[in-house]
Design a protein around this ligand. Structure first.
Ligand code: 5GP
Ligand code: ZN
Length: 119
């Protein structure tokens, strides 16, 4: 069975409260906090508390957890007041996806018009 926790993973350490983060939302199985290097006026990261390396590592029973992340993103967007102006949810996967932290996270980006396609 794949490892579902990591002592050294930076996002696991944030989830455990071992290193500080600007937390904007917490639920039983997920947490959301501000990105340390924001790429938009609002840049939030949503993560499962459990160590899942990426979307590619989700198992079928993780479907509820994956849905909880999306619903939490919707709620955070509403709380930030960006639901009408719009926002972007992104999850990078692996080297070609540009993933730099190996713990599944959704980026919620908002507060400016975002270009498409990504580079
Ligand atoms: P990725 O490149 O893996 O899609 O996104 C990782 C994100 O995590 C980056 O936007 C980066 O700025 C953010 N990040 C990396 N380390 C930390 C940290 O220690 N605290 C916070 N709040 N964000 C981090
Ligand atoms: Zn982790």
């Amino acid at each position: 069975m794949a490892m579902r926790d990591s002592a050294s993973c930076i996002f696991c350490r944030i989830a455990r409260g071992e290193i500080p983060a600007d937390i904007v939302h917490e639920a039983e199985r997920l947490i959301a906090f501000r990105d340390v290097s924001p790429q938009a006026p609002e840049h939030i990261l949503l993560i499962p508390k459990e160590h899942v390396p990426s979307v590619d590592h989700l198992t079928d029973p993780d479907a509820v957890l994956a849905g909880e992340l999306l619903i939490a993103a919707r709620d955070i967007a509403r709380r930030l007041g960006v639901s009408d102006s719009g926002y972007r949810l992104v999850t990078n996967i692996g080297p070609d996806g540009g993933q730099s932290v190996g713990h599944l996270h959704l980026h919620l980006l908002a507060g400016r018009s975002l270009s498409w396609p990504p580079g």
